[in-house]
Design a protein around this ligand. Structure first.
Ligand SMILES: NC(=O)c1ccc[n+]([C@@H]2O[C@H](COP(=O)([O-])OP(=O)(O)OC[C@H]3O[C@@H](n4cnc5c(N)ncnc54)[C@H](OP(=O)(O)O)[C@@H]3O)[C@@H](O)[C@H]2O)c1
Length: 251
């Protein structure tokens, strides 16, 4: 693996599992220093160990302003800047119209929209000129699905944050882009099918049958797209949405 990110400082929110963890491993393999966040300290320690000596973990809830301040204070003290910011922490659950509760709405929008907004805004003093900011949305932001309206709307909001922020940040050359994964085999996706492995397998097979490439994606395939957008290979790509979905939302 080449050292495209040698000497660079990256931050990945929600880096303890799934897409965030795979992205942390990829960035470290390409030479970056990697700060990951997550809610649970034990998972954070395990993820830091899995990524290796380039990784540091900060327990931080992206919905909490004081946690984000603590995250960036530490990075300022230790690394002084951020070259790559991947705003990945997100969650989803399903409730159909008619049974949507205020708590359902608040839980999803607090993390997927408010958390994304303040994760980026609070990072601004540390983001170097020409930095890459990657927001993790979803194919759900472009498609409808039963029970998915609140999650889908939160992910659609992210798409426009990237458009407007590209203009807000143009004087600093900071590129803001969106990655929209389709179904990716992570704890979040498997959890939608419950805890029974047979149910989870059946769920994966149903999803795979709806994807033109005929399979569910792997977290490493999203990490590859993040590495591309973070790199100078994507130097003229800004305000865009890159789908990593096996064609799911494209046809
Ligand atoms: N998997 C898919 O099929 C898929 C498809 C489209 C989009 N996405 C998006 O991709 C992103 C990553 O999803 P994933 O599937 O990789 O999920 P995952 O495996 O469940 O990982 C989620 C990560 O986010 C962290 N997290 C959760 N709540 C947080 C909070 N309030 N503050 C900080 N960190 C928090 C978790 O940490 P703890 O373990 O400590 O809670 C974990 O590290 C999400 O934004 C999701 O919406 C996923």
């Amino acid at each position: 693996m080449s050292g495209r990110f040698e000497g660079m400082v990256s931050v990945i929110t929600g880096g303890t599992s799934g897409i965030g963890l795979a992205t942390g491993k990829r960035f470290a393999a390409e030479g970056a220093r990697v700060y990951i966040t997550g809610l649970q300290q034990a998972e954070l320690c395990a993820a830091v160990a899995a990524i290796g000596p380039m990784a540091s973990g900060v327990q931080a809830d992206s919905t909490r302003s004081d946690d984000l301040d603590r995250l960036y204070e530490r990075i300022e003290k230790e690394a002084r800047r951020i070259d790559i910011l991947v705003v990945n922490a997100g969650r989803g659950s399903q409730l159909a119209l008619g049974s949507i509760t205020e708590q359902h709405y608040d839980n999803i929008f607090d993390l997927n929209v408010k958390g994304v907004l303040f994760t980026v805004q609070k990072a601004l003093p540390l983001l170097r000129e020409g930095a890459s900011v990657i927001l993790v949305s979803s194919t759900a932001g472009s498609k409808g699905a039963p029970g998915s309206s609140v999650y889908s709307a939160s992910k659609a909001a992210i798409r426009n944050l990237a458009r407007s922020w590209t203009l807000d940040l143009k004087s600093r050359g900071i590129r803001v882009n969106v990655i929209s994964p389709g179904p990716i085999k992570t704890p979040l996706l498997l959890g939608l099918a419950g805890v029974n492995p047979a149910d989870q397998q059946a769920f994966l097979e149903i999803l795979a049958s709806r994807v033109p490439l005929g399979r569910v994606g792997e977290p490493e395939e999203v990490a590859s797209a993040a590495a591309f957008l973070a790199s100078s290979d994507a130097s003229y790509i800004a305000g865009s949405e890159l789908f990593v979905d096996g064609g799911f939302a494209q046809v």
